[in-house]
Design a protein around this ligand. Structure first.
Ligand code: HEM
Length: 388
């Protein structure tokens, strides 16, 4: 994997670069420590976040034939151009569990109580062989990855907050509750500014994530949440939205829901004969726009841009794809590595959370792909004498 050094962009404002570099290094280190704790040998190591997949599908990514010249930048330079793509749908949760939590232990009574807590859902698109100059290549290939969640804001604002979260996850066996405690109990180690951000995080988790019931991963809108360059002098956020609101079926199953009902819904939809389409859309801003007093519309990923979305491409998922639930497809899906830094230089990831993601995704993918599935290991062992 080769990497390009790139200059700082005029849209970013890093308050304390040395401190941020230390925070990124510690978070990267914690990512590996968390994986080692979750998956002791001989367990297969899964992704650091989004380990549960609902399925990977084949798709095409076509730039709108009538795209205006002002949008013909980077991947979108050639109207009508079609690329092959793969898409992985996932749950964001750090651990593999039921798609929706329906019971919990009440900390006071220690009794099991009914709840309904949904999680954040992910859509990761890998647009293949895009040519051009990339920031990090994908095993030698020039691919453009677009990673999205089904909320327009990310629950954690910046590197400082994400590091605090990771420290708590490691100490508390993947329980995040203590992260939100400063909202309720005074904590002298947390500044007022930080406390305000934590309150926003709690609100996003409780209101935007846990209350959003997704019946089918193919039927909802996804967002980048974080910003990216759009050429040298503009910035973008991106989103993928189902083109036909009627398709696919969005019903949620009756309760109690099967643990993997999102995989079931995706598989069922991919066994039908109707192809699906998503509109790929951008919000675009330039240097004359107001990014807030502390540049928070770039540096704080929990903020939302209110600008209208412009459609720039169509994603088509051909159907049927009955192989989507096969063991072979699942194994292939596990081997893929998505990162926002698999990107053309024109769409460089920007802002604190995106700077953090560069080394964290590399550490997670590097670590999990080092220790392969025991079945794959066995095959390699058996066939090694044949291949030397
Ligand atoms: C705007 C914010 C973010 C979005 C939209 C986002 C979205 C996603 C998605 C969709 C995936 C699944 C990719 C796949 O299917 O393989 C993913 C994976 C991952 N994310 Fe994020 N994410 C965000 C922020 C972060 C942050 C701040 C961190 C940690 C610093 C992080 C760490 C990871 C890791 C470790 C993986 C798995 C990488 C691998 O092993 O291949 N993400 N993310």
């Amino acid at each position: 994997m080769s990497q390009k050094n790139t200059r700082r962009c005029p849209f970013e404002r890093i308050q304390n670069p040395d401190l941020e570099a230390e925070q990124i290094a510690e978070t990267t280190d914690l990512t590996v420590k968390l994986l080692d704790k979750r998956y002791p040998p001989p367990k297969q190591i899964l992704r650091g976040v989004h380990p549960k997949s609902h399925g990977c599908v084949k798709a095409t990514f076509t730039i709108n034939p009538d795209l205006g010249p002002e949008y013909q930048v980077g991947l979108f330079a050639e109207p009508g151009k079609q690329f092959d793509a793969v898409i992985r749908f996932s749950n964001a949760a750090a651990l593999v569990g039921p798609d929706t939590t329906e019971t919990k232990i009440d900390p006071k009574t220690k009794q099991e109580v009914p709840v309904e807590e949904h999680g954040s859902r992910g859509m990761a698109i890998k647009v293949l062989d895009v040519g051009g100059e990339v920031l990090i290549d994908d095993n030698g290939a020039h691919n453009q990855d677009f990673l999205m969640i089904n909320q327009p804001m990310f629950a954690f604002a910046n590197t400082e907050d994400y590091l605090r979260l990771d420290r708590i996850l490691l100490q508390d066996n993947d329980m995040a509750d203590r992260f939100f405690l400063p909202v309720f109990v005074p904590d002298p180690s947390v500044t007022d500014e930080q406390k305000q951000r934590i309150a926003t995080s709690l609100n996003i988790v409780k209101e935007d994530i846990q209350k959003t019931d997704v019946g089918n991963p193919l039927g909802v809108q996804y967002f980048s949440a974080a910003p990216f360059l759009f050429g040298l002098d503009r910035v973008m956020k991106f989103s993928a939205k189902p083109y036909n609101e009627e398709l696919p079926p969005k019903h949620s199953p009756p309760k109690p829901r099967p643990d993997n009902y999102l995989r079931d819904a995706l598989t069922e939809t991919m066994n039908r004969n109707e192809p699906l389409q998503f509109d790929f859309m951008l919000q675009i801003r330039d240097g004359s726009d107001d990014f807030g007093e502390n540049n928070e519309l770039i540096e704080n990923a929990s903020t939302k841009w209110d600008d209208d979305f412009v459609s720039v491409a169509k994603i088509t998922i051909p159907a049927p794809q009955p192989e989507v639930d096969s063991e072979e497809n699942k194994a292939h899906c596990e081997q893929l590595a998505f990162t926002p830094w698999h990107s053309l230089v024109e769409h460089k990831p920007i802002g604190s959370i995106n700077r953090l993601r560069k080394s964290v995704y590399q550490a997670s993918a590097g670590h999990r792909l080092e220790r392969k599935d025991p079945f794959v290991q066995l095959l390699e062992k058996l066939f090694k004498p044949l291949f030397g």
